[in-house]
Design a protein around this ligand. Structure first.
Ligand code: ADP
Ligand code: MG
Length: 428
């Protein structure tokens, strides 16, 4: 498809970006791979460069100097701040939505507005700019004893949602948010009906018009086994999700993703890049909890190990015009993949940095195992050390969930890091 090779820049430094780099590095047609800022794991397959994404001109300059043909933006923050717009204005190709289209994630009130307009199955909800009205809405619409979901409108690093057990707890959450708990992100607050059911996430690669299904997964947000304790960025995931039958996936496409894509295009802000639909499988059918405008972390670490198609080619197609993905079909490894996140003891609170980690090579040399790095660096002796909260994601493939699980945990057993913790119940 492309005669020569192409140089690619990935923005980000987590396990998701390591997985993106890994899938790119084994794509035919790859030239040089760069990552800004990257981590110790990515250094083995990419050149990590210290160019700050907050400085769009610096990124553009870097792309020109290194003949970058494609920029892949991993996290939500640069998308919400318009990095892809800046790159496109400079004539560069970027995977990721415009700032305006990224509002599907960066404003939950905007997202619910679009869903209302397009009749996407959703929980009852309303959004407010001040506390008194929010509380009256709770008072009028929720029975005492009924759970109430209170959400900050903007990006809050996964901490902006409270499931209140009663009116009192809801009022407290509302006050905290309007008192500026999340700054600008909670200047607007949403109140939602609390849906019951199992959660799942579905991913799509979008070209502005077509949403190409790009796998699905289920993640584990709580720090503790049995889903207790503090919320984290994600302690594990698996793919595919058994409950996401062809029929359920078709419903998500027809009732949720396609109408929203059409509406975004009609507004003149077509959505391109990865769209992540977080859904609840309720007794009355599937309903939308949220959109993210990028791949998930650690979900990427269970989706990409299953992809057999050429990832680079696919990403290039997604940014070559509305409708370009229409006739693309993907090839997947039919096996299951599970990833277990190793985090620093104390995470998501305070934790120690700088401890050495051994045995990563021996774990990753196992068949059907991939070790993706997040918060790692090399110390003065060139040894891997832990520098972040989430540090490694260890992924294993297997014919079903159980062998995938055994493989991932067996690989974890090779890793020697006294300050590392992980959940033992991922995929059970
Ligand atoms: N309306 C809802 N009903 C039930 N649970 C919800 C609802 N909204 C959010 N949640 C729970 O809170 C979690 C976080 O909410 P979400 O909307 O995904 O925000 P974010 O990921 O930005 O924190 C969800 O994964 C889900 O477990
Ligand atoms: Mg979420």
């Amino acid at each position: 498809m492309y005669a020569s090779t192409m140089n690619v820049l990935v923005i980000g430094s987590g396990g998701r970006e390591h997985a993106l780099c890994w899938a790119l590095s084994k794509s035919g047609g790859m030239g040089d791979l760069f990552c800004a800022p990257g981590n110790a794991g990515m250094e083995e397959i990419a050149r990590c460069v210290q160019v700050d994404w907050k400085n769009a001109d610096a990124i553009i300059g870097f792309c020109r100097d290194h003949d970058i043909g494609l920029v892949v933006i991993g996290p939500e923050a640069p998308l919400a701040e318009g990095l892809s717009d800046a790159l496109r204005s400079a004539g560069l190709r970027a995977v990721g939505p415009s700032k305006e289209a990224a509002r599907l994630e960066s404003s939950k009130a905007f997202m619910r507005e679009i869903c209302e307009e397009t009749k996407v199955p959703s929980p009852r909800n309303a959004s407010f700019k001040e506390s008194k009205q929010a509380k009256s809405y709770v008072e009028a619409n929720f029975q005492e004893g009924e759970k109430i979901v209170v959400k900050a409108d903007g990006l809050a690093a996964g901490k902006g949602v409270v499931i209140a057990e009663n009116h009192g707890e809801a009022y407290e959450a509302i006050d905290e948010m309007f008192d500026g708990k999340f700054g600008e992100a909670s200047a607007c607050v949403l109140i939602e009906e609390c849906l019951e059911g199992e959660e799942a996430s579905l991913f799509y690669l979008c070209d502005g018009e077509v949403a190409l299904a790009f796998g699905n997964g289920r993640d584990y947000k709580r720090i503790g086994e049995g889903n207790v304790g503090a919320n984290t960025g994600g302690m594990g995931a698996y793919s595919p999700v058994g409950e996401l039958t062809e029929e359920v996936c078709a419903q998500v496409e027809e009732k949720i993703v396609n109408p929203v894509l059409r509406s975004m295009a009609a507004r003149g802000t077509p959505f391109t890049g990865f769209l992540y639909a977080g859904v609840m499988l309720t007794p009355d059918g599937v309903k939308l909890l949220e959109f993210n405008v990028r791949m998930g972390d650690p979900e990427t670490q269970v989706v990409l190990p299953r992809l057999r198609s050429n990832f680079l080619e696919l990403l290039l197609t997604s940014c070559s015009g509305a409708g370009a993905l229409r006739d693309v079909s993907l090839e997947w490894d039919p096996r299951n993949c599970i990833t277990v996140v190793m985090a620093s003891q104390g995470y998501p609170g305070e934790y120690e940095k700088g401890a050495r980690i051994e045995g990563i090579e021996s774990a990753s040399s196992m068949k059907d195992v991939h070790v993706f790095h997040a918060g790692t660096a090399r110390d003065g002796d060139g040894e891997i050390i832990a520098t972040g909260g989430r540090v490694l994601a260890v992924s294993g493939l297997g014919e079903s969930l159980a062998p995938a699980r055994s493989r991932a945990y067996e690989a974890l057993g090779h890793i020697k890091w006294s300050g590392g913790i992980y959940r033992r119940d991922i995929g059970t």
